[in-house]
Write a protein that binds this ligand. Structure first.
Ligand code: DQA
Length: 312
């Protein structure tokens, strides 16, 4: 079953997309605040393939636990279908706010413009990836579900390393933006490529974040501290201007690779300065979206060598 179908079924069981007030995700859970909790069909939710369990949180909250490999795609589809961006703050102070969530939602991107959406829609639906586990839990098994989720979060499905991919301003415009320089592939294509590359490189998790705002990028890098093992970053135009981003990367000291889609070293003079480079152990330019695949592979290699160093 395609992930998109899963998202549609989830929305149906939640009483329709109009019943979703806010959403957020943590490592294995999709968290939903509903308008009318009595419209939620918990049994239906649990019968959806890939759903490992469900928990009611507070008067309006529902958490849906997925395996680590599927949560990102399902939640992205939920965002697209509802048009509501993930928001940690919507859950703050409510009894459904998880203690372990970091303060910045790190699986979002700027709203995708209509033209980009249309480009995505014209393509085939997301590849149909089957979710292996179909184990369901009863309503009253909340503790078991919590334990299961923690276990999944602690161990990951493959390997234990977590990767954060950060993209800066206008990367959400891929596919429309200067195609001669950046190609025809969209941001959604890029996210798919990164997730696949990360899976193949053995990462337990790959989160993709994009924002047009410098402060958001600083926040997400700070929030990665203690949460992620490697960062692949294309700061886009902030590459050439942002000392704040350089300082954030230096502060967290997470191994980082800088990526640029275009041959930035052959372009205008003002693109020849990279502030973030001083915090990165590698820079990849001019390989198009494939540069991200290389960065992810190289990061996996770097982290495994680093682990070996630590064992010696
Ligand atoms: C870019 C290069 C930057 O100079 C530019 O501002 C971008 C994209 C790249 O990926 O080639 O937005 O980072």
């Amino acid at each position: 079953m395609a992930k998109r179908d899963v998202a549609e079924q989830v929305l149906d069981a939640l009483g329709g997309k109009q019943n979703v007030k806010a959403n957020d995700i943590c490592m294995t859970r999709l968290r939903i605040l509903t308008e009318q909790p009595d419209l939620v069909d918990m049994k239906k939710l649990r019968s959806i393939r890939g759903v490992l369990g469900t928990v009611r949180r507070g008067p309006n909250g529902v958490e849906i636990v997925f395996g680590p490999g599927s949560i990102n795609e399902v939640s992205n589809d939920i965002v697209q279908l509802t048009g509501i961006q993930p928001s940690y703050s919507a859950f703050r102070g409510s009894s459904s706010a998880p203690e372990d969530s970091i303060s910045v939602q790190i699986n979002g991107h700027a709203p995708i413009p209509k033209a980009v959406r249309a480009a995505v829609a014209a393509k085939k639906p997301l590849a149909s990836t089957r979710v292996e586990s179909t184990a369901n839990a009863e309503d009253d098994n909340e503790d078991d579900i919590d334990e299961l989720a923690s276990l999944l979060e602690a161990t990951g499905a493959a390997g234990t390393k977590r990767l954060l991919v950060v993209n800066g301003p206008n990367i959400n415009m891929l596919g429309v933006r200067e195609p001669k320089i950046y190609g025809r592939k969209t941001y959604a294509d890029l996210v798919r490529l990164c997730r696949k590359a990360a899976r193949e490189a053995g990462f337990a998790e790959c989160r993709c974040f994009q924002s047009n705002h410098e402060g958001d990028l600083v926040d997400v890098v700070q929030a990665a501290y203690g949460e992620f093992d490697g960062i692949v970053i294309n700061p886009a135009a902030y590459t050439h201007t942002s000392i704040a981003l350089l300082d954030a990367l230096k502060s967290v000291a997470i191994p980082t690779i800088e990526v640029h889609i275009s041959k930035v070293d052959e372009r205008e003079d003002f693109r020849q300065t990279s502030y973030v480079r001083a915090a990165c152990f590698e820079t990849i330019v001019g390989m198009g979206l494939e540069g991200y695949r290389k960065a992810i592979k190289d990061m996996a290699q770097y982290l495994s060598e680093h682990d070996e160093d630590e064992k010696d």
